[in-house]
Design a protein around this ligand. Sequence first.
Ligand code: SF4
Length: 500
Amino acid sequence: MSATFVGMPAFPTAAREALADSQLRHNLAHATGTIRAKRAKVVEEVPDWEELRLAGAALKERALLDLDAQLVRLEETLTANGATVHWARDAAEANAIVATIAKQHAAEEVVKVKSMVTQEIGLNEALAEEGIAAWETDLAELIVQLGDDLPSHILVPAIHRNRAEIREIFLRKMAAAGRPAPADLTDEPAVLAAAAREHLREKFLRAKVGISGANFAVAETGTLVVVESEGNGRMCLTLPEVLVSVVGIEKVVAQWDDLGPMLRLLPRSSTGERMNPYTSMWSGISPGDGPQEVHVVLLDNGRTRALADEVGRQALRCIRCSACLNVCPVYERTGGHAYGSVYPGPIGAILNPLLRGVGHDDQIDSLPYASSLCGACFEVCPVRIDIPSVLVDQRAQVVDAHRAVSWRSVPKPEAAAMKGAAYVLGRSRRLSLVERLTGLGVGLARRFGLTAWTGARDLPEAPAESFRAWWERTDGGRDASGNDAVDPAGPDEDLRKGDL
Ligand code: SF4
């Protein structure tokens, strides 16, 4: 399993469908515009914001460049704190570890903190196959789960839904999943939140096993950190007897003090808040307080592949704040589903190809092109990930990957065009022939019309004679007597003297 949704079309196809949905575009423009304005306001308040970004980028980069040592250290400190550490190479291994732990405790259901990495590995679906129900407890994740929907934003997974749609989902689906929504439910945000709270409360109190990810893992102290806004995470992390945290290996930071800059950067960049409402930290087991059995699954799932990419590895610094999504003109118009992944937007456009590699899946290969390269994502990124540079590098990788395929396979149009151009430019006779045919083609197009191409463009006037034909006819610009046929001081002088 992977970070991408199974069966999704390539980005251009999915984007075209999304663009046709005016309600979706309205919801997205409203939501991203609101978060964008909040972020800008609170970032402006911090005079040393740029220094903070530099510090955040540097400390994540240091940890990544020393990742092998930091992970071993993290395992040692976690183990010393009473946690059990598991290593998972891929999604299948991680899912099997979590399912085994749940079954050891005869758990038929688990409660979950919002976690990108468990979506990446398809944990809910894997647990369902083992007969274990996984309940999302974050409000937006609950909306997505009840609506049999897919997340479309890192921070606000149901950003594509408006209040009326959420009310309708609650009324229609809550009863089948537990406590039903009240019959007089309105679409007021506070009323919807209260219905979700009532629905979830019984699940929190009943569940034996809680599942989380982690925003940061401190190697020095063996501490995991989860930041969230609703308090549901705190309930999942403290009430169940058993806690299983699935943590991507890139989440490690070296020392406790590294949390300082990160916990200042993250809330302002993500929710536009000065401080995060709920920041939960736990270091293994505390007797008599919280879960008495703590497991940590350290997941690779393509991260070491990403680490080997010298340009792209900076994407592993990502702290999933979603600021890049909220400023992206492409994301704002297409929404997250078009990216076909739990990681949408600019970061998804580079992270998915990094985790899975390019050249074997059209959907993945289309993602580096899902950008105007305007650079807004880099400007807001709290850990200074230069997304446009990575996109350009990945476009080159995609082209190279298709250049490398065998001669039997059907080449991409771009590769075929380049091959054709190389063939034509390789001999002057071929170029001459193509020039004549092009002149003929433009003439025909002008005469009969090329509506698909010229509908929104002016077709340039074709010259009556090509430069090459003129050169041959005038013997390089000389008339029959051998004199210059053109003004030697004129603009063609350099061309006349130059080599063809
Ligand atoms: S790439 Fe940067 S801006 Fe985008 S989600 Fe990650 S940390 Fe945030």
